[in-house]
Design a protein around this ligand. Structure first.
Ligand code: HEC
Length: 118
């Protein structure tokens, strides 16, 4: 348990330091945004990493999304995704509303939508 918390804090720190530099270089490129901010938990292939799955497993009734699943995509609205990215969920996914612009968040939703056909 404490290992997971440590891992999350460590990754969070890395992200905080790396982001401004990466963003300046990458602009609003969807793939780079996803790699920079989301990949640690959601994985490059969108199916989720062990860390992401473990974080979801710590809370009861929380399902970790597989972005490649057409069923999952069909159940989620863009609004729901935008809300999740902006506000996150306590102890699991941190909020990105202060880190990403509206445009970057919209670009990420489109990117997440693209996983089933990738
Ligand atoms: C520290 C780990 C972590 C990071 C980083 C992270 N997520 Fe998540 N995300 C989660 C977990 C865990 C869930 C499962 C749902 C929950 O916790 O309520 C989730 C759920 C989601 C969902 C589904 C919400 C729903 O209603 O089912 C979307 C969409 C999402 N994340 C997008 C993103 C995007 C885009 C990024 C990058 C900007 C990102 N996540 C970064 C951990 C993370």
């Amino acid at each position: 348990m404490s290992n997971i918390i440590f891992a999350v804090m460590f990754i969070y720190c890395v992200i905080l330091f790396v982001c401004p530099v990466r963003n300046a270089v990458a602009g609003a490129d969807a793939g780079s945004l996803f790699k920079t901010h989301c990949i640690v938990c959601h994985g490059e292939d969108g199916r989720g990493t062990d860390l992401g799955k473990q974080l979801a497993a710590m809370a009861e009734g929380v399902e970790f999304p597989d972005f490649t699943s057409a069923d999952w995509q069909a159940k989620k609205t863009d609004e729901r995704m935008i809300e999740q990215i902006k506000n996150g969920s306590p102890d699991r996914m941190f909020p990105f509303k202060d880190k990403l612009s509206e445009e970057e968040i919209n670009v990420l939703v489109v990117y997440v939508r693209g996983f089933p056909s990738r």
